[in-house]
Design a protein around this ligand. Structure first.
Ligand code: NAP
Length: 319
């Protein structure tokens, strides 16, 4: 038998991440059976129609019964409530993991409800899009992306190895780190950039009322890229900021200091400071492309065929 295979995998939450996992699990033949649970009837129906799961339940405790791998794929603020419900139904020997974008708070919310004999190994796939819901998922989402596992003290080595192989079979490379380190790294690489995007698009929306839609009409590449990020799932991102407060505030402090340095450089015509930074940041982007985490194509490979200079407001295909 394929040692990566689980008899029954249960996914709690069937949105972008849950549905992508269903596709990836099926592609690699990793489960004898997939069960799922989602809050709304609409999502449950869609997951059956799309063939994501073999059975779907309103009650997450029914979905996890007899599962040997349980994956929480809900916004991080929903984990504790779900754990209260599923805890008595978890099978001894099962692996319990999650996909939440913050880790320390998830551990604080989930660990107290993990029964003896269940292996809780927190996780986070660094893969996503600005879409959400069961129809947004696709099998390739995790291909070539990192998945981070943050095992706790005393984690069973065999369970960790099995979960690692699971993510690898879903297409990911796997990295192990502590929950605290994860939260610091993600604060600067993901959470603060999202906050900046939400903020800049919010400011532009306010200005738009003054400039009468010119912000949208003449939206330049830089701003458009921020709007894509700022279109991300509002509930998910609210929960991320409320649950990674310390690391986000720490990184925002650093960010504000560095922004003040740039303000001063502009005010005092200090071109050397600007040039030095812009050269360094260009190298960082080259490094990300060389690491295979971004496309080298100009303008993120967008097709320019549909846009003409005379019609700058015409919408483009979403990349
Ligand atoms: P999503 O598309 O919005 O799906 C969330 C799922 O959770 C839906 O099935 C939803 O049910 C269910 N749900 C929401 N609130 C719930 C509640 N209070 N109780 C029970 N179920 C609830 O979100 P997602 O993008 O898949 O994100 C899931 C997790 O993955 C989050 O923790 C997020 O931090 C993490 N993550 C996301 C990304 C990304 O880019 N999106 C990347 C990596 C990790 P209904 O559909 O019935 O409302």
């Amino acid at each position: 038998m394929n040692s990566t295979k689980f008899e029954k995998i249960a996914l709690i939450g069937l949105g972008l991440i849950g549905s992508s996992l269903c596709h990836a699990i099926k592609r690699a033949g990793l489960a004898g059976q997939i069960t799922g649970s989602a809050r709304s009837e609409a999502t449950r129906q869609a997951s059956l129609q799309l063939g994501l799961v073999d059975a779907v339940f309103a009650d997450p405790a029914e979905a996890v019964a007899d599962a040997d791998l349980v994956i929480l794929c809900v916004p991080v603020g929903a984990n504790e409530q779900i754990m209260k419900v599923i805890s008595p139904a978890l099978k001894a020997g099962a692996i319990l993991t999650d996909t939440g974008s913050v880790k320390s708070e998830v551990v604080r919310h989930v660990e107290p409800y993990v029964p003896d004999g269940v292996h809780f190994i927190p996780g986070h796939p660094i893969a996503g899009t600005e879409e959400s819901g069961p129809k947004a998922g696709f099998a390739e989402l995790f291909d070539g992306r990192w998945s981070i596992l943050t095992p706790l003290y005393g984690t069973d080595e065999a369970a960790l190895e099995k979960l690692k192989r699971f993510w690898q079979a879903c297409g990911s490379d796997v990295e192990i780190m502590s929950p605290e380190h994860h939260d610091l790294v993600l604060a600067i690489t993901s959470h603060v950039p999202h906050l900046i995007a939400y903020n800049i698009v919010g400011t532009a929306a306010d200005i738009e009322q003054v400039t009468r839609s010119e912000v949208i009409k003449f939206s330049a590449a830089g701003f458009r890229d921020f709007t894509r990020i700022a279109a991300s799932n509002p509930v998910m991102w609210r929960d991320i900021f409320l649950n990674n407060k310390e690391a986000v505030l720490e990184m925002l402090g650093r960010f504000s200091e560095d922004l003040a340095t740039l303000q001063r450089a502009i005010r005092w015509d200090d071109g050397d400071t600007l040039l030095e930074l812009f050269t360094r940041t260009r190298d960082i982007r080259r490094g990300i492309i060389e690491a295979g985490q971004e496309t080298p194509e100009p303008d993120f490979g967008r097709s320019h065929g549909t846009l003409t200079a005379a019609d700058p407001a015409k919408p483009r295909e979403k990349s």
